[in-house]
Design a binder for this molecule. Structure first.
Ligand code: NAP
Length: 353
């Protein structure tokens, strides 16, 4: 059992970890709190960016000698390998920490093993404290590392009757400026933004993360991915404007799926290989339908405007559902009002068999 102060320290470590969201990829977010033998907090840290010091190292530097005989409380198993920085397991041993309390084991085969190294060095190691909470804070990274392809969030905007454009094709702007600002913030937390060539041809979007008021680009831009079987993306399309990296993923490069279009699992595997852990699928309806039909969507974020159109394309095209019994069931996890619109977050329920 975790003592009161250890439990409190883990809550704090999880909050610290969240500060790295959107900037640590391809690394996880990690937070660490160091307690001295009396349970006093003597160091805190979080992993801020890939290549930068790990959470444990930041906390150890703050604590100095006061870490000796103390407890390190960390959201993810300390790494055991030398990457761009040295192994945290060794740093904790060198600092003389007596106990390490971990929320979630590291699923990355390259970096895991820190708990075993610490135990072998005589450290008391406890795993699983506030694991569900820490897991939720790192869900994209943990999911992508466990299965080898990115965590996919499908985002769309629609009217209350589910339309993504009017009968004449006009769609700017269905949702409010507040909702669009929210979308740009969402783009800033992922490693890739994915759209079908249909959307590129129809809307010529930039797909960058930017300040909508003055147009300035966010420092960190997601990779722009256009799913384009035959390479129809025009040479002067805005996604090719050089403001961020762009990958026009063609069937020739990625491979062809059973419908003769870009093979989506192969696309995601390649994105994982390129360091993408979280991806925002921005549609349009056909590509979103194909992702959903293949069970490749992990989370749905819908921006719903208080408008009715009664005609016009819907936000989602064929997703392989022919009868009500096959409907893709969602569990709503959050509803937030953004300006006049609603942002609904939902998780597709796992299908039987
Ligand atoms: N409301 C919203 O949130 C939202 C968001 C985005 C777009 N839109 C709207 O959606 C409209 C465009 O719709 P759309 O459905 O034509 O565009 P889309 O889904 O962006 O693109 C569809 C195209 O993607 C290509 N593709 C490649 N591999 C695929 C695969 N495995 N599965 C499915 N498609 C694949 C196909 O063309 P190839 O076979 O040539 O590759 C397909 O025609 C625009 O009018 C836009 O305004 C709305």
């Amino acid at each position: 059992m975790a003592s009161g102060s250890v439990d409190e320290a883990m809550r704090r470590a999880i909050a610290l970890a969240a500060r790295g969201l959107g900037t640590t990829s391809p690394n996880p977010v990690v937070g660490c709190v160091l307690l001295d033998p009396d349970g006093e907090v003597v160091g805190e840290g979080f992993h801020a960016y890939a290549g930068g010091p790990h959470a444990e190292i930041v906390a150890l530097a703050q604590a100095g000698r006061r870490a000796r005989g103390g407890t390190a409380v960390v959201t993810l198993e300390p790494c055991d390998h030398t990457g761009r920085t040295g192994p945290c397991s060794h740093a904790l041993l060198a600092a003389g920490v007596a106990r390490v309390v971990i929320a979630v084991p590291d699923p990355n085969p390259v970096a895991s093993g820190g708990a075993a190294t610490l135990r072998a060095g005589g450290v008391d190691v406890e795993l699983g404290v506030r694991a569900a909470e820490a897991e939720a804070g790192n869900v994209a990274w943990l999911t992508s590392m466990r299965r080898g392809w990115p965590y996919v969030v499908w985002k769309y905007a629609a009217t209350l009757d589910g339309r993504s454009a009017a009968a004449d094709g006009t769609s700017m702007w269905i949702t409010s400026e507040a909702a669009r600002i929210d979308v740009h913030a969402l783009r800033g937390t992922v490693d890739a933004v994915i759209a079908g060539v249909g959307t590129v041809l129809a809307d010529d979007p930039r797909l960058t993360a930017r300040n909508l008021r003055d147009g300035t680009l966010a420092i960190r831009q997601p990779l722009r991915v256009v799913v384009d079987t035959f390479g129809r993306t025009p040479a002067d399309a805005r996604v090719r404007d050089g403001a961020a990296r762009t990958w026009v993923a063609t069937a020739a490069e990625v491979g062809t799926g059973p419908d003769g279009r870009v093979d989506l699992p192969a696309l995601l595997a390649e994105l994982h290989h390129r360091g993408v852990r979280a991806a925002l699928l921005e549609g349009g309806p056909q590509l979103a339908g194909a992702f959903l039909a293949a069970g490749l969507v992990d989370r749905v974020v819908a921006y719903v405007a208080p408008k009715l159109l009664g005609a016009g394309p819907t936000a989602l095209a064929d997703a392989g559902v022919g009868t009500i019994a096959d409907a893709i069931d969602l569990e709503i996890t959050d509803v937030t009002q953004v300006g006049p619109d609603l942002r609904i977050t939902a998780l597709p329920r796992k299908r039987e068999g």
